[in-house]
Design a protein around this ligand. Sequence first.
Ligand code: TYD
Ligand code: MG
Length: 505
Amino acid sequence: MVTKTALSGVSVTMFAAGRPRADGGGRRRAPPAGGTVGSAAYRDRSMARPATIHVCSACGHVAPRWMGQCPGCNEWNTFVEERAGGRDPSPGARGGRGGRAARGGVPAAEPVRLREVRAAKVARLSTSIGELDRVLGGGLVPGSLVLLGGSPGIGKSTLTNMALGHLASAGHETLYVSGEESAAQVRLRAERLGAFALEVPMLAETDLDTVLATMEAARPAACVIDSVQTLSAADLTGAPGSVGQVREVAGRVMEVAKRTGTAVILVGHVTKEGSLAGPRVLEHLVDCVLQFEGERERTYRTLRALKNRFGSTNEVGVFEMREGGLVEVLDASGRFVSEATRAPGSVVLASMEGSRPLLVEVQALVSPSELVPPRRVGNGIDRNRLALVLAVLGRHAGIAVGSADVFVNVVGGVRIDEPGADLAVALAVASAVRGVPLGDESAAPLAVFGEVGLTGELRTVGHPDRRREEAAKFGLHRVIEPAGNATLRAAVRAALGSARRAEAA
Ligand code: TYD
Ligand code: MG
C-alpha cells in the first residue's frame, strides 16, 4: 500500500503528461499510457487537461477523435483539430457597451460612425530593403501579421534575416524564431549576409507557448517565425504543420502581436503545385500575404503581394540571389531587354507589375511532335491562357500549330499574371512558326502588349501609356498594341510584315 501511494504521489508530479496506470500489480513503474485512473488526484489532473475536438471543415460535424471519413457528409480528410470551447461567448469578453435591448442575455453593441472612429496614423518600420518595403506598401505595420510564402530554397530565410538585421542595426528590438534550423545554421547564413545580420537575437524553438512567452518578454518591434509549419501548440494533438496546428499557431501569435504591437512575419512553405499548403487557411486571418517566386536554379526572384490590408496588391519586387544574399534588381527592364535575343520566337512584353512597368522577354519554340496530344508547356504564364491564345491564333489569325509541340517561356524565371501577356505569347508563337524574327530595322526587339479576345479581337489593357514609355526608355521604339491593331490577325501581319521588310532591306 505504501508503495502504491508513494508511486502515485510521485507520478502526479513526475508524469504530468504521461498519466501512468495506477493498477500496480507488482510493477513499480507503469507504462505511460492512458487508461483507468485510480486516485482523485489523477482524475482532476486529467480533467484539467484542455480537451480538443475535431470538426469537419466541410459540414461542421463535431467528433471527439480524428476520423478519415466524416459520418456527417461522407467527405474524406476533412477533420481539423480545434481546442474545445475556444471561443469565449461571454458578452464581457467582447467589450460590448452592454445595457439596452438585451436579447437572450447578450446586450446590443452600439455601432460608431466611421468618421468618428479613431485611427491613429502608425509609423511603419522600414526594413531598408526597398523592394520589400514597396511590396509591403511602405514598410512593416506595427502589430500586423505578414505571411511570406515560397517554395523551399527560394530565399525566405535569407530575406527575413536581412530585414531583421537592418531593423536591429537601426536600433529596433527584433526576434528571429527558427523552428527549422539550429542557431548555428542560422548563424552561418547570417555570416554570409554580413555583420548587420549577426545583430539579430535568435531563438531555435518549436514550442508555441515558449515562443509566445519570449515575444511577450522581449517585446520586439519585429519578429520572424520561420516557419509557421514547424511550431506546435502542446494542447493540440495534431502534428506540426497540420491545418489545426497552423491555424492555432497563427491565431495565438496574432493575439500577442496585436497586444504588444509587434510586426510578425510568418514564413510558410508552399507545395510543388504552388499553393500555400497548410498556410492557405491563414490567408483570411493575416493582414498581408506575400509570395516569393522564381526557380531555385535561376537568379531572379519576384516578391509579390497577393493580399495587403495596408497597401496595394500586385506590387512586385525583383531580387537576385547572389553570394552575399538577395540583391534588389532596380533596373529589371534594362537587364531583360539587354539579354533579349533577336531570334525567331522572341518578343519583349511590356507588362505592368502593379504600379510598375516591366519589360520581359517571352520566347516560344514550336517543333514537330510524335505525341498525341502534343505538348503545350508554359513557364511563367498560365497554361489555360496559352491554350486559349493558340486556339485563337489558329482560328482567327491563320497561324496553326496543329500537332506540333509548343513551349513558351518567360525569361529570367519571372511569372506574368496579366491578360496583357496574351499578345506577346501569340506573336512569339507566330514568329516561331514562320521562322521570322520580329523587331525593327535597327534590330531592337519588338515590344508588345494586349489581351486576345475569343473572337480574334485585341482588347485594351491597363496603363498603355506607361508601358509605351517604359519601352521607349529602353530603346524599343516599335510597339504593337491594341491601339492601331483591332484584331490579332492585323497584329500578326504588322509584326511579321515589318520584320520581312527589314530583312529584305
Ligand atoms: P534560404 O533563405 O535558406 O531559402 P528558404 O528559407 O526559402 O528555404 O536560401 C536559399 C538558397 O539561397 C540556398 O540554397 C543558398 C542560397 N544563398 C545564396 O546563394 N547566397 C547567400 O548569400 C545565401 C544566404 C543563400
Ligand atoms: Mg528557410
